[in-house]
Design a protein around this ligand. Structure first.
Ligand SMILES: [Zn+2]
Length: 361
């Protein structure tokens, strides 16, 4: 049996059992299309792990990005990438599926490595070549061209909001953020909630739902938000600044206009697809400008955050480009703020003291 066959063998109930009984997750929301549970993939507490029934795929909107059930288990159990077969064993034992005891006995072990290679190759290929299906622009007609004072107060001009086609949903009280790919095609819509209870439960950002069936979700990891608008500045300057959220792209647009070279990862991980996009642009320098996920520089939290950035972003890119990092050594930003949140002067100060990553060690 291959991992794909095992995956196809798993029913929705099996997945539910694994999540709720074996990983201790709670399903906070369920409809015909999705479940929302807490992020057991990285032992998080927030309800930001989405399961899409159609495609049988997961998306962790905090850290991990798009995953299948094996990858969720790997995250939950803390297995390394080369311990993939352990996640299969774990699932088989939990669900009492026999004849798939990978890693037991010599013969299985050989086919084991064989299918891991297959799995990896297939996995990578899927990410690289499967294009996102663009949506019909007409869906945006249900939203209003209203611009909330909240964002204007946070340094985003009306001109910028018009440029990025930011809109407002009156009945869901959400700021609507259309996502366009590098060719300017609509590939997803995210809503930024203004209701506190929604923010607590689902996080600030969530995919947008219209009616019962249409769920304007897309794999956020298969795009860089803002690239369609900022590609000229990026290629002219041969540098790119990567931030976490769409809002930072909008703030820097208001600050720098046509000279803006910022794009958003829509998370704090760099996917291999995003890495490919960045390298394709031919940039010499990548400036990492993620949120300040630490209160003080000497805290454990700060060390953990630095390690995360090194493992997930610096290491994959450092063989190819110069890497610099905006690091708030002078305590200019509040906790959890983005480097773009406190205005142009603060951002320029942070950029002046950016840290060059020595990748020779
Ligand atoms: Zn996760």
């Amino acid at each position: 049996m291959t991992s794909q066959e095992l995956k196809e063998k798993l029913s929705e109930e099996d997945i539910r059992t694994l999540l709720t009984r074996d990983m201790g997750a709670t399903i906070y929301y369920e409809d015909d299309d999705i479940w929302i549970t807490e992020t057991v993939c990285h032992h998080g507490k927030k309800a930001k792990l989405y399961y899409y029934k159609d495609s049988m795929s997961f998306h962790c909107y905090t850290e991990c990005g798009q995953m299948d059930i094996f990858e969720v288990v790997m995250g939950f159990k803390g297995y390394e990438e080369n311990e993939f077969q352990k996640s299969i064993n774990w699932i088989c034992i939990k669900l009492n599926i026999d004849n798939c005891e990978y890693g037991f006995g010599k013969q299985e072990q050989i086919s084991d490595w064989e299918f891991i290679r297959n799995y990896k190759r297939k996995h990578k290929k899927n990410v690289a070549i499967e294009p996102l299906k663009p949506y019909d622009e007409n869906v945006l007609r249900i939203f209003k061209k209203w611009f909330t004072l909240d964002w204007i107060n946070e340094g985003i001009s009306v001109e910028t909001m018009k440029k990025f086609n930011i809109m407002y949903s009156t009945w869901q009280q959400k700021i609507i953020i259309p996502h366009y790919d590098i060719n300017g095609q609509l590939i997803g819509i995210r809503g930024r909630s203004l209701i506190e209870e929604d923010i607590d439960l689902y996080g600030k950002y969530s995919p947008f739902k219209v009616g019962r069936k249409k769920f304007y979700n897309h794999a956020l990891g298969q795009n860089l938000y803002g690239l369609n608008k900022n590609i000229n500045a990026i290629q002219r300057k041969r540098k790119i600044m990567i931030v976490e959220a769409e809002k930072s792209v909008l703030q820097t647009d208001t600050m720098f206009g046509e000279d803006n070279f910022t794009v958003a990862l829509c998370g704090s991980n760099l996917t291999s697809y995003q890495k490919g996009l960045i390298l394709m642009l031919g940039v010499r320098e990548v400036i990492i400008a993620l949120d300040k996920q630490y209160e003080t520089l000497d805290s454990e939290e700060c060390k953990k955050w630095a390690k995360h950035i090194k493992d997930k972003i610096i290491n994959p890119l450092s063989p190819y480009v110069v890497i610099t990092v905006l690091w708030d050594t002078n305590d200019l930003l509040p906790y959890k703020a983005s480097p773009t949140d406190c205005g142009k002067d603060t951002l320029l100060q942070l950029m002046d003291s950016k840290i060059y990553v020595d990748t020779s060690v």
